[in-house]
Design a protein around this ligand. Sequence first.
Ligand code: AP5
Length: 218
Amino acid sequence: MNKKAVYIIMLGPPGAGKGTQAEVLAERMGLVHVSSGDLFRENLSKETELGKLAQTFMSKGELVPDDVTIAMVKDRLTRPDCEKGAVLDGFPRTPAQAEALKVMLSSLGGDVTIVPFINVPDEVLVERLSGRWMSKSGRVYHAITNPPLEKWFDDVDDSPLYQREDDKPETVRNRIQVYYKQTSPLIEYYKEQGKLIEIDGTQDIDKVTEDLMKAVGK
Ligand code: AP5
């Protein structure tokens, strides 16, 4: 039973900056960054059955079914390194996932602490995602707004960076539609619980971090 565990949920459309900010927030708060997208991509690179299944949805910009996603995140959150809590990025993404998370956290003696909603208008999202470069370990760069020190290698471990298959403009447009249909109801869901804090995601990365740190009381 860990009553003091902190669970922060990063909410926002694809490309809003959830991963970028979750990484910093987790590091500064001594929490683990749990990204459902990274977990799927890890499974894909290891060619697991889960990875192969997830890929059939991810390549079209559709959501992976709730049951497999919930089981995967549950497995991650119950590992010892999440004892103090986690910064969740990309999960929950449907009302069913949000309800499952509530049950999951309650069995761990915790609850959702705060939900920063990073708001960015649609026209900026496609541009951000088409310039995005990623490291295998999940660090995120942008060709213009956040370039690596050396093109195209990771600043930390020097591994080659790559561009995501689902960042093609037509797939991004579908991901945005899917977000509005299936994920945006969570804005109201967490607002009603008094947990939602809206952050202006159009500002510089550092300014968004500053607002987030204020929102989480640090
Ligand atoms: P996932 O990997 O979660 O993708 P996403 O939610 O679509 O979000 P992104 O990672 O694309 O964007 P982000 O908000 O993290 O932005 P980032 O920080 O990278 O999911 C991928 C797929 O997996 C889904 O489509 C689905 O198929 C599946 N999946 C995952 N979770 C699931 C779930 N729970 N249920 C079912 N299916 C699931 O930033 C983007 C770019 O902008 C970067 O280049 C960055 O450098 C730049 N940037 C960031 N902030 C700023 C700023 N303030 N100013 C300028 N540039 C910025």
